[in-house]
Ligand binder design. Structure first.
Ligand SMILES: C[S@@+](CC[C@H](N)C(=O)[O-])C[C@H]1O[C@@H](n2cnc3c(N)ncnc32)[C@H](O)[C@@H]1O
Length: 285
């Protein structure tokens, strides 16, 4: 794990930070999503992600969405024909919004407020697909432990689908940087300490707000991510990289169209070599 605080101190601090910003996100976008999902079959996924999901096939599959925020991607997967759909998020307000919208729009998704590291054993071996999207991995202090949880949630042969911000993009200036410095590298790629920020999470409504609540963001390199899957015997079946900003924080960089990787997708599978109870990094047998 990166850095000195205990895992729970980081995740609970991030819970507070997300509960603090959610009313701002809701002010900016809740009505829009309510209206969108009141149309039968509405899907809020990008084309490049949809193409991969169609290859994998979601129809009838039991899906867990980890760090699901307001739940719109899971509603989309349900509208694409997924079977049981359960979303997990640490933020009380995000889960409340997600469940209320699902109920109001009569879309059969269930949302559970939980730290991903503490998802209960009743959910293990239950899912065909674990889905992760834009801005998930950076909240997680310990990636090997997280992917051990992903593997535990999956049935044998189940798949993990990741559509995420590219680790390379962590080095580039965010849209809200005080000065537009163009295409310069402004942060290191290799770093062991989390970024600590205050009140900097309203990438939806784009409002600034003072906060005393620290949030912790962990920069994981591509090799951190791949090794966390490999150590948990999740075999990698597909990786692709895109110039698309899926995070809403690198729109300026995206506009350069300068061949810069801003997002990636990865599909992994839990194979028979996965052994229950094995510590991350320990050989299967
Ligand atoms: C950027 S959002 C997820 C992406 C979503 N598609 C979006 O753009 O809003 C990150 C989510 O991760 C959740 N989160 C952060 N740490 C978590 C943890 N330890 N367990 C569960 N959820 C967590 C936050 O509450 C937040 O809703």
């Amino acid at each position: 794990m990166k850095s000195p605080l205990a895992l729970k101190e980081y995740t609970e601090a991030n819970r507070d930070a997300w509960n603090e910003v959610m009313p701002r996100h809701q002010q900016a976008a809740k009505e829009k999503w309510d209206a969108a999902f009141s149309q039968p079959g509405f899907v809020a996924l990008r084309d490049e992600e949809l193409a991969l999901l169609k290859n994998i096939g979601v129809a009838g599959k039991a899906v867990a969405h980890l760090c699901c925020n307001n739940g719109i991607e899971l509603l989309s997967l349900k509208n694409l024909g997924a079977g049981e759909c359960v979303g997990f998020d640490i933020s009380d307000l995000a889960i409340q919004e997600a469940q209320e919208r699902a109920n109001r729009c009569h879309i059969d998704c269930r949302y559970v407020r939980s730290d991903v590291y503490e998802i209960g054993p009743e959910y293990e071996h239950r899912f065909d697909l674990v889905y992760l999207t834009a801005g998930t991995l950076g909240w997680l202090p310990d990636l090997p432990l997280f992917f051990a949880k992903v593997a535990a949630l999956l049935r044998e042969n189940g798949q993990v689908f990741i559509y995420e911000m590219h680790p390379f993009s962590e080095m580039l200036p965010f849209d809200d940087a005080e000065e537009d410095v163009g295409l310069r590298i402004v942060a290191p790629y290799f770093t062991t300490e989390p970024d600590v920020e205050y009140g900097d999470l309203d990438y939806v409504g784009k409002t600034a707000y003072p906060s005393t609540k620290p949030l912790y963001w962990f920069v994981h390199t591509l090799s951190d991510i791949l090794m966390a899957l490999i150590e948990n015997r999740l075999s990698i079946e597909h990786v692709s990289e895109y110039e698309t900003d899926i995070s809403s924080v690198h729109r300026r960089i995206e506009q350069f169209r300068a061949g810069i990787p801003l997002s990636f997708a990865l599909v992994g599978r839990k194979g028979p070599a996965w052994v229950e109870g094995r510590a991350p990094g320990e050989p299967p047998c």
